[in-house]
Write a new protein. Structure first.
Length: 518
């Protein structure tokens, strides 16, 4: 077994346990809601149509969008918003199949039951539901497969699942992780679907022994899946872990691992919550869901403070710090020393052919060109400012996973991308970064934020992480990103190498201070 596969399988118990808990909880609540509701509206035409219409409308909302909507509605991240979204997604197949199954029972059988003196309740329990059961079970099986699959999308809203494999694997081009995540999710769906099918057959044959055996297997599977979570809770009783957040790109994964290594070396226990959306990560920090993560000054300035002017890096950093302190009580801010800025980039050959050196040169050509960017950019204030300052109007805007932008540019599928200045692929793909002569983009200095509050625990976190202040330069961060994105090095190894580079820089800084003191 390869080291890459072994490292991914080591994560499986935790990811699978969380995924199983989320899936089973959503299905259980969904069944408790949908079965009584479907039975109630059967025969009530005025209610049946609207209930099916509402359940169907929920299904038309893209699953990731529904998950994301739960965060601002509930003002929290993690298990609860993911659970509610999955419950809503589980309703339609069960409601529709239950209503259809009951409606399709032969009317002659119902009349025969009435002729025997059965009440409406007895008809439902002894005639309609038993005959409709195959259709109802089919709806439950459909809901099970849907929920298992959609649960993988809960990772960006802070709920750990098998989606952690997929999101992080795509970003870091670790396709072993992607394959493990996909196979695990597919395997879980098949196992649960198969067990429900066996339970249906056992019920049809009225075999209590088989039904009890299959129910026991289901409970055993649930227990095995949840065991890692129970062990995690027991270890948490010894003291809460420091939760480190990470957004959905390579640099964030590396930095979260570096932060964890630094805290572990000082004796603190850590846990990472990865693949969070930008807003989700910031909200998680201010609500205490995570204790620390790396944000960028330009993101805070444009997206959270809603500022459009660009008074320069020093003034932006000063105002950002004051806003964090006054608005959210965040006083522990550690600048790491590098900047990861947005920038427009083109292939060298294409830029030369069009005689483009800066963004202003691009403006008159934009109506014939296509621009590609990550999922967030075209909804961010920076994009609006860029269009306004340069009059940009591209022929097409293509949103894609940030890890695919560079290959899309090289293949000619887009003409321009929004690159990241610390990305090692800029050099590897021989790209030209266009000068932003009108300062549309603010500076994006990397800031390590530690949650608000004055607890002793957070003070210890700050003390352990303070040596990272100014210890990472652009080249060191670019080299770490290049290791993962281009050389196939694991995030853990890249973080260790970056940590070694940081330690070396700190030693040189210390020797320099000693020389000056002498």
């Amino acid at each position: 077994m390869s080291e890459a596969l072994r490292s991914q399988l080591a994560l499986l118990p935790d990811y699978l346990g969380h995924h199983l808990l989320l899936t089973v909880s959503a299905l259980s609540i969904g069944l408790l809601l949908s079965l009584p509701l479907a039975i109630f509206v059967t025969g009530r035409q005025k209610l049946k149509g609207p209930v099916l219409a509402v359940a169907g409308a929920i299904q038309t909302v893209p699953s990731l969008a529904l998950l994301a909507l739960m965060v601002p509605l509930l003002r929290r991240i993690g298990f609860v918003p993911a659970l509610i979204a999955l419950v809503l997604y589980s309703l339609l197949p069960v409601i529709r199949n239950t209503v259809t199954g009951i409606d399709e029972v032969d009317p002659d059988l119902i009349e025969a039951g009435r002729g025997l003196g059965m009440t409406e309740r007895q008809l439902l329990l002894r005639v309609q539901l038993p005959l409709a059961m195959p259709m109802i079970i089919a709806g439950i099986r459909t809901a099970t497969v849907w929920v298992v699959g959609i649960a993988t999308l809960s990772t960006p809203v802070g709920a750990t699942s098998l989606g952690n494999y997929i999101f992080s694997g795509l970003q870091t081009q670790n396709y072993t992780a992607v394959v493990v995540g996909c196979l695990a999710a597919a395997g879980l769906a098949l196992v649960l679907d198969g067990l429900i099918h066996l339970l249906q057959n056992a019920s049809a044959s009225r075999s209590r022994v088989r039904s009890a055996g299959i129910a026991t297997v289901l409970l055993l599977l649930l227990g095995i899946g949840l065991a890692p979570l129970l062990l995690q809770q027991r270890s948490a009783a010894d003291g809460p872990a420091v939760v480190i957040g990470a957004k959905t790109f390579t640099e964030q994964y590396i930095l979260s691992r570096l932060i964890a290594d630094t805290l572990n070396a000082s004796g603190l226990t850590t846990r990472t919550l990865e693949s969070l959306g930008s807003t989700v990560a910031f909200d998680a920090l201010i609500t205490g869901r995570i204790d620390a993560y790396v944000e960028y000054s330009g993101t805070i300035w444009a997206n959270y403070m809603h500022r459009t002017a660009n008074p320069g890096a020093a003034e932006i950093n000063r105002q950002v710090r004051r806003w964090l302190r006054d608005r959210h009580g965040i006083t522990r801010v550690i600048p790491l020393g590098f900047e990861n800025a947005y920038a427009l980039a083109m292939t060298r050959s294409r830029a030369a052919a069009l005689n483009v050196r800066n963004v202003a040169d691009l403006a008159p050509l934009a109506p014939k060109l296509r621009i590609g960017s990550d999922y967030e950019f075209f909804g961010r204030p920076e994009w609006t400012a860029l269009q306004a300052k340069y009059g940009l109007g591209f022929a097409g805007q293509v949103s894609m996973d940030s890890s695919l932008m560079y290959a899309a540019l090289e293949a000619g599928e887009v003409d321009v991308i929004t690159a990241f200045s610390t990305d090692g692929r800029i050099v590897a793909f021989d790209l030209v970064v266009l000068d932003d002569t009108r300062d549309a983009f603010p500076p994006y200095d990397a800031l390590l934020l530690i949650g608000p509050g004055d607890s002793v625990r957070l003070s210890a976190v700050e003390h352990a992480l303070r040596p990272l202040e100014g210890a990472i330069d652009n080249e060191a961060m670019r080299a770490a990103n290049r290791q993962v994105d281009l050389q196939g090095v694991s995030v853990e190894s890249a973080a260790r190498d970056l940590g070694a580079a940081v330690a070396g820089r700190l030693r040189r800084r210390s020797r320099g201070a000693e020389v000056r003191a002498d």
